[in-house]
Design a protein. Structure first.
Length: 403
């Protein structure tokens, strides 16, 4: 193998490992949605308290994003991503092994701690191992791997839960994480431009420019509102809502919700390609946000829709929701490449932080109203508010990110 081909293999192998970790992390993230009522009964929890238990993943995942970005920009990916995979797998195993709510809460936190390195680590590898002009497309491809795997896996895992119960399935997910760790141990390497320790004058130096940049804050808030349906509906309450409000069977509901992830996979790549072709990201983002809001409203509130009708509406909603991936490209392109990890992590932190608000909020509304209608109004509402924010985002490109 020539030096050039060996470098190409190393680059794509690292990309594949990072993509698999993101897939594993996303399955771990949404795992409570596979059997929400059964898990709540097992631990003796109400719907609202179960929502809080599930959201503990995000209570550590979100604030860890800044730490993750700073660590990756300073030290590279390998030394942190490997133990992160183990932590994520251990959390899944512990959750399945206990019948104590406090231990389950600790397990959910451990899962979130490990998972916090997955998405930012993958985009860090894309940013540092590939040409700048490929970031929007390849970051969309990373998201597509996670979404497609989740769409297929959630349906299959839901059938396994019906047959075997949720605890053996959670243990199987943990074992899959160990397999991904083995692959990453063998193939995940930092590139030749990996940062040297103590390269920056102060460990918090990358934070200063982004915290002063109102544009970055606006992009992050827009992304948080835009991603809300994936966290709240796709990741937690969608299956239960379809079974309760539309009378879908267990398998029908899981399949229908999975259409969000199929759509996200298509839309993530499509939005990257379209924005590169047009030379504009903001316009694609705004259009995607508006169309996603309308599609979610149809899926949730149009009366009399059969399974196929709701599935198509959610497929379209997820496809348009894929434009949310452009927020990462837009944020990083306005600053030097040396702080890209921190920028990506910051936008992801704010985006995922929305789950800290919306998952418990929806659970509380369910407890308060005894039904899904009021709680589900928050979904198209959040997306349409994100469209209003998208109007005010301006495009900017630092010379480091010239194609």
């Amino acid at each position: 193998m020539t030096t050039k081909s060996a470098t190409a293999f190393s680059t794509w192998a690292a990309f594949a490992c990072a993509g698999l970790f993101f897939l594993f992390e996303f399955v771990a993230r949404i795992s409570p949605s596979l059997a929400p009522e059964e898990i709540a009964r097992w631990f003796g929890l109400s719907e609202g308290v179960f929502s809080t238990l599930a959201s503990l993943f995000f209570w550590i995942y979100a604030p860890m994003q800044i730490v993750v970005g700073l660590l990756l920009d300073r030290f590279g990916a390998r030394r942190f991503v490997l133990p992160a995979i183990l932590a994520c797998a251990a959390g899944m195993a512990l959750f399945a092994a206990t019948d104590m709510p406090l231990v389950a809460a600790a397990a959910r936190l451990l899962t979130g701690l490990g998972a916090s390195f997955a998405f930012v680590g993958a985009l860090y590898i894309v940013n540092h191992r590939f040409a700048p002009g490929r970031f929007a497309l390849l970051s969309g491809l990373v998201n597509a791997v996670g979404m497609l795997g989740t769409a297929i896996g959630a349906t299959a895992l839901s059938l396994m839960v019906e047959a075997q119960g949720w605890r053996p399935v959670f243990l199987a997910i943990a074992l899959a994480g160990l397999g991904i760790f083995g692959l990453a141990l063998a193939f995940l390497r930092d590139g030749p431009d990996a940062p040297r320790p103590a390269a920056d004058p102060h460990p918090l130096a990358p934070l200063r420019p982004l915290l002063r940049d109102g544009r970055v804050w606006l992009i992050a808030l827009q992304g948080a509102l835009f991603y809300m349906p994936v966290n709240v509906y796709g990741g937690l309450w969608g299956k239960a809502e379809l079974m309760a409000d539309r009378g879908f069977g267990d398998g029908e509901a899981e399949f229908t919700v999975s259409m969000i992830f199929w759509g996200m996979a298509l839309g993530s790549v499509g939005a990257g390609l379209l924005s590169d072709l047009l030379g504009h990201r903001q316009r694609v983002l705004l259009l995607g946000t508006l169309l996603a809001g309308v599609s979610y409203a149809v899926a949730l509130f149009a009366p009399g829709l059969p399974v196929a009708g709701v599935a198509v509406a959610l497929l379209l909603a997820g496809t348009f929701n894929g434009a949310q991936m452009l927020t990462f490209a837009m944020a990083k392109e306005g600053h030097p490449a040396a702080i890209s990890g921190t920028l990506i992590a910051f936008v992801n932190m704010v985006g995922i932080g929305g789950a800290l608000v919306f998952q418990p909020l929806v659970g509380a509304l369910l407890d308060a109203t005894g039904g899904y209608f009021v709680a589900m109004l928050t979904i198209p509402g959040a997306v349409l508010l994100s469209a209003a924010l998208a109007v005010f985002i301006r495009e900017s490109r630092h010379p480091d990110h010239a194609a």
